[in-house]
Design a protein around this ligand. Structure first.
Ligand code: ADP
Ligand code: AMP
Ligand code: ZN
Length: 222
């Protein structure tokens, strides 16, 4: 069997999944696969997929499973995922979780599902202060993780913007959708013995070092 390592990051919007996944990429030699980032990339380039996704994203609803699952299937077949991937924002409901199970089964399945915990109040503060680089997608926070110069990406000088769906009205619906559709995955992965829970209300570095410890243990164990 050609073993690959797949990690799934779970947590409410704003928990820090993207921030942590980006930091882990290099360390683990496996790409971050963020469905939200792929949809935003398609939106920016006005592809048919982007236009379809937009109406759902604007409301904070989930993009239909069929489209999302096919997109992840394609992404996981790319060369850079030959050793596995760090999934961020997928799966988001049980149908997607079952699909991911089927996709990864030939390679030994999912290795670990870290759940990053923060409160809803913290999620609101984090999301409403989030700023994203238009050119490279790097993520900042106006207060908790500010760039060196306001409104400018440290990495490439790109302009920082606020996502449309990061406005308070949409954020409340995204949290609702999370509790209704995504939170059942906590029990689903717990029952499979894959869930580990982390306190996300700590510094980015502290969450990162705990994650690295957990994931490294899993890799060594394989
Ligand atoms: P998610 O991918 O789970 O939606 P992000 O990684 O985009 O979350 O993080 C949401 C916001 O919170 C961003 O503005 C990010 O800079 C900030 N953030 C991430 N991790 C932390 C942390 N440990 N402490 C404070 N702010 C954080
Ligand atoms: P995120 O970047 O993870 O916060 O996702 C932003 C938006 O993209 C979500 O509110 C959804 O509209 C859409 N999206 C991202 N991932 C998924 C997914 N796995 N299934 C359905 N929709 C998704
Ligand atoms: Zn940038």
């Amino acid at each position: 069997m050609n073993r690959r390592t797949f990690f799934v990051l779970l947590g409410v919007p704003g928990a820090g999944k993207g921030t942590q996944a980006k930091l882990l990429e290099e360390r683990l030699g496996r790409p971050q696969v963020s469905t939200g980032d792929i949809f935003r990339y398609n939106l920016k380039n006005k592809t048919a997929l982007g236009l379809l996704a937009q109406s759902y994203m604007d409301k904070g609803e989930l993009v239909p499973d069929e489209v999302t699952i096919r997109m992840v299937e394609d992404r996981l077949q790319q060369a850079d995922a030959a050793q596995g991937a760090i999934l961020d924002g997928f799966p988001r409901n049980l149908i997607q979780a079952e699909a991911l199970g089927r996709m990864t089964a030939p390679y030994g399945g999912i290795s670990l599902v870290p759940l990053i915990h923060i409160s809803d109040e913290e999620a609101m503060l984090r999301i409403t202060g989030r700023r994203v680089c238009r050119s490279c997608g790097a993520v900042y926070h106006t207060a908790f993780n500010p760039p060196k110069a306001e409104g400018v990406c440290d990495l490439d000088g790109g302009e920082l913007y606020q996502r449309d769906d990061d406005k308070p009205e949409t954020v409340r619906n995204r949290l609702y959708v999370y509790y209704k559709q995504t939170s059942p995955l906590i029990g689903y992965y717990f029952a499979k013995g894959l869930l580990v829970e982390l306190d996300g209300k700590r510094s980015i570095e502290s969450v990162q070092s705990e994650l690295i410890g957990l994931l490294a243990e899993k890799e060594v164990a394989q």
